[in-house]
Ligand binder design. Structure first.
Ligand SMILES: [Zn+2]
Length: 436
């Protein structure tokens, strides 16, 4: 058992971070502490239950104690409007130490070994996600877009980097970087600038653990690739033809000369044979101009052996050497990026984490702080899935994510638990699961 990664341990560390939240009130209402507001918002995301606080207030009234106190360390249960006003001025950077702490413990506990890929690198996938959208509510940090009906849509978005691995169902959240409207006029400029800021703030640290950045075509441009190299990381980035004309002209030239690398293999997927065809070349110019950065390029096409139908086709630029012996592993790592869309952002958006709805927007930084709390809630569940045997058994047994959270919600509404372990033990006993 990884004691320092246990939920009660992590909750305590997070509570210590909440205790450091600044209290910027000038008034006299001190009944609700800022730390309680942080704990309260986190508890709603962690339990995925919008009425958790309401239930616990009722329990407090009936029993004199509640799970808000025992499981989340709240002294008092603040109202939604108090949570909003207390947390609105708190910068999300206060939460950043928590991501590092989890990362360091996963590394020290050997858990990240299962995430190491080709050349034992950790793959960090970058992707943007929108976490607030409105046609009415706005603030100076809102980005905006014109809708076809003439109205303006205000939104907030962030980069949410995660560690992924092709064969691993889990993704591990790292510090998010918030996309600012002043970063550029185009949506993609804003995302690239946020990516560069993330590298400046966190790149050197994660580079020390041997890391490779994954990203879509948006990122495979010279300024970003340079920033990745300056941070001493590797990269495997999607490289589309229509955005890299010169590079693909060079590929066509090498092909015509008969010197483009080619490698083919067959793979049986359980139902039919798949033909993997790799094309690759080294030291291609990423763009025009004499200062063009040189990158290695590979393309993978997968064809159904029987029908000849193309099942998959994509190309990447990378700083890893592309050889007959390496292209398979590089492409597999590059393809692991789809997980950031499927397993991170979609879960956050669609599977009950209420990324876009809870508590609203605030007038200062509320929505970005809430995003970070939500990501941490997701990260804590991921850690439990990796290290906590009881939690793992429960999730396996209850199968559907929704079902697990419904059970937790109901139990916490009716019963008082002294600790997380008491809750999970109770559930395991009820389901007659062997936890010996
Ligand atoms: Zn805003």
């Amino acid at each position: 058992m990884h004691e320092t990664l246990s939920l009660s341990h992590l909750m305590k560390e997070l509570q210590q971070i909440f205790e450091k939240f600044p209290d910027l009130r000038t008034g006299q209402n001190t009944r609700y502490e800022v730390a309680d507001a942080g704990k309260a918002a986190f508890s709603v995301f962690f339990t995925q239950c919008a009425s958790f606080l309401e239930h616990q207030e009722e329990m407090q009234r009936l029993k004199g104690r509640s799970n808000a106190q025992t499981l989340f360390g709240m002294k008092n249960i603040p109202s939604d409007s108090h949570i909003r006003s207390l947390l609105d001025p708190v910068l999300p950077s206060y939460l950043e130490p928590m991501y590092r702490l989890v990362f360091e413990r996963l590394e020290a506990g050997g858990i990240l070994e299962a995430f190491r890929s080709h050349t034992r690198s950790l793959l960090i996938a970058l992707d943007g996600t929108e976490y607030f959208s409105s046609q009415k509510i706005t603030c100076p940090n809102c980005s905006q877009r014109q809708l076809t009906n003439g109205k303006t849509n205000y939104y907030h978005s962030a980069l949410t980097p995660v560690i992924v691995q092709a064969n691993n169902e889990h993704v591990i959240s790292l510090e998010p970087e918030f996309i600012k409207p002043q970063d550029g006029h185009e949506k993609q400029d804003c995302e690239i600038e946020a990516g560069k800021r993330w590298l400046l703030t966190h790149g050197k640290y994660y580079a020390g653990y041997n890391t490779t950045l994954l990203g879509d075509d948006l990122y495979s441009r010279q300024p970003f690739c340079r920033a990745v190299k300056e941070a001493q990381m590797h990269f495997i980035l999607v490289c589309k033809e229509d955005s890299h004309l010169l590079l693909y002209e060079t590929v066509a030239f090498l092909e015509a000369q008969g010197v483009l690398g080619k490698y083919q293999k067959r793979r049986w997927n359980g139902n039919f044979g798949e033909i993997y065809t790799y094309r690759y070349a080294s030291q291609l110019p990423l763009r025009g101009g004499s200062d063009a950065m040189r990158v290695n390029w590979l393309e993978l096409t997968i064809v159904h052996e029987g029908t000849r139908e193309i099942i998959y086709k994509n190309a990447f630029v990378t700083d890893f050497a592309v050889l007959e012996t390496t292209v398979d592993a590089i492409a597999r790592d590059g393809r692991a990026r789809w997980k950031v869309e499927n397993e991170n952002n979609n879960i956050l958006k669609t599977k009950g984490y209420h990324l876009e709805h809870n508590f609203g927007h605030g007038e200062q930084g509320l929505s970005s702080l809430l995003l970070s709390l939500n990501l941490l809630a997701f990260l804590f569940h991921t850690v439990m899935g990796l290290v906590d045997e009881k939690y793992r058994l429960l999730r396996q047994t209850l199968r559907k994510r929704r079902k697990f959270f419904q059970h937790v919600e109901t139990l916490l509404e009716y019963l008082l638990f002294d600790s997380w372990d008491a809750l999970f033990s109770f559930m395991c006993r009820g389901l007659e699961l062997d936890t010996s």
